[in-house]
Design a binder for this molecule. Structure first.
Ligand SMILES: NC(=O)c1ccc[n+]([C@@H]2O[C@H](COP(=O)([O-])OP(=O)(O)OC[C@H]3O[C@@H](n4cnc5c(N)ncnc54)[C@H](OP(=O)(O)O)[C@@H]3O)[C@@H](O)[C@H]2O)c1
Length: 366
């Protein structure tokens, strides 16, 4: 909703900023839908401004601020509260009380949560804004998942024929992570039901898997028990999916499955995973209460990895890696929604009208 919103003036360690670009992300839709949690209720507030990632321009630093100055371009780091190891517990402009996001002409943030962009960055502001939240999450999740896989498999991917298969369910996070898997010598495959996305997946050298080939892969234990027609359609779709994974993996099953969807695909994912396979996730887009058969998971030596965002202390390394390696998305000629059009963007995202996994909006002029 477009309305007036005010907040107390900045304290000496805070910075008044003008958001320039951001990207619509799943957490923003989860907040609007008030599911799986109602963040306003959780924060004990009647209303809030969402948007926890974006490129911002420093307008006015507080008196004690030393790391940034007026005019600097920065990325917002959403680590409102972290644990003893630097992992996020409460997210800025999401579940951290009293924080204001980038869907406002002006907002404020603690100095320590602003990361100045390198002056000579090889990427545009739009590229940074569209990607960094999901890329950093992907970097962290892949780091753990890859280390887990290597902890049980001695053979180098380069010596495996065919290479080990990394398969992805989800959107931008899964794509970014599969790019890292490719760099580590894995064969990458990604599911999508959108023809333009399938073409983009292929253009990245990944194997596009058209999920319209298995339209009833929507596991629901209650319906499976009560509805014979549903059960039959589900099983047919699951068979088709498992056959595809078997062929792509030389019948070994997937080495790694990145699953940020959850309930509809969980059962098939575990069946698609090969021995010593890693199921790795940061997301629960369509259901977070999942069932596993522990005996199967133990006997097949499956490792389940759960992570959230990334580590505050890794961010400079990730940024340096992105600058050095070219691990960054191309924004192409995609539409950039104007500030007034953000409600339309939210609707287009919710109804699956977008071709990009990284939809952009602009708040203030560069
Ligand atoms: N914990 C964290 O730190 C963290 C960070 C980032 C994201 N997440 C979470 O991870 C989830 C994914 O986020 P994202 O930004 O990568 O992607 P996203 O923008 O949420 O896109 C998800 C995509 O998954 C596909 N999909 C939807 N329903 C499906 C189903 N039933 N089966 C298989 N595929 C389905 C659709 O792709 P097609 O239309 O192409 O088929 C959809 O566009 C979200 O819930 C998000 O909140 C968590």
């Amino acid at each position: 909703m477009r309305e007036e919103f005010s907040f107390p003036d900045i304290t000496e360690n805070e910075v008044l900023v003008a958001p320039l670009y951001g990207s619509w992300e799943a957490n923003m839709s989860h907040a609007l839908d008030r599911t799986p949690v109602d963040v306003c209720r959780q924060r004990g507030e009647d209303r809030m401004v969402i948007g926890n990632f974006g490129v911002v321009r420093v307008e006015r630093p507080g008196k004690a601020v030393t790391r940034v100055k007026e005019g600097d371009l920065c990325l917002i780091q959403a680590f409102a509260r972290t644990d003893q190891d630097g992992y996020v517990k409460l997210v800025h402009a999401y579940d951290a009380p009293g924080t204001t996001g980038v869907l406002a002409r002006r907002t404020k943030i603690g100095e320590h949560l602003l990361l100045p962009l390198p002056k000579d960055t090889r990427y545009s502001l739009q590229q940074w804004a569209a990607s960094y939240g999901r890329y950093w999450t992907a970097w962290d999740n892949w780091k753990v998942a890859h280390a887990c896989w290597r902890s049980q498999v001695r053979t180098d991917p380069a010596d495996m024929d065919p290479p080990p298969l990394a398969f992805g369910w989800g959107g931008g996070v899964a794509v970014a992570e599969l790019e890292l898997a490719q760099r580590a010598g894995f064969r990458a495959a990604m599911a999508s039901g959108n023809p333009r996305r399938l073409a983009e997946i292929e253009a990245k050298g990944m194997i596009p898997v058209d999920r319209r080939l298995f339209p009833d892969l929507d596991h629901d234990a209650d319906r499976m028990a009560a509805d014979a027609g549903f059960r039959q359609r589900y099983r047919q779709s699951e068979r088709t999916f498992l056959k595809i994974v078997s062929e792509l993996s030389g019948r070994r099953g997937a080495a790694v499955v990145i699953d940020n969807i959850g309930r509809p695909v969980h059962r098939a994912t575990l069946r698609a995973l090969g021995r010593q396979g890693v199921l790795t996730t940061v997301g629960w887009k369509h259901g977070m209460r999942l069932e596993t058969v522990r005996a199967n998971e133990c006997i097949k030596r499956h490792i389940h990895v759960h992570t959230h965002a990334c580590c505050f202390h890794d961010i400079e390394d990730i940024l340096e890696f992105q600058e050095r390696s070219g691990w960054m998305l191309e924004v192409g000629d995609q539409r950039v929604y104007r500030f007034d059009e953000i409600p339309e963007l939210a609707r287009d995202y919710a109804t699956g009208q977008l071709d990009s996994y990284f939809p952009l909006f602009r708040v203030d002029e560069e």
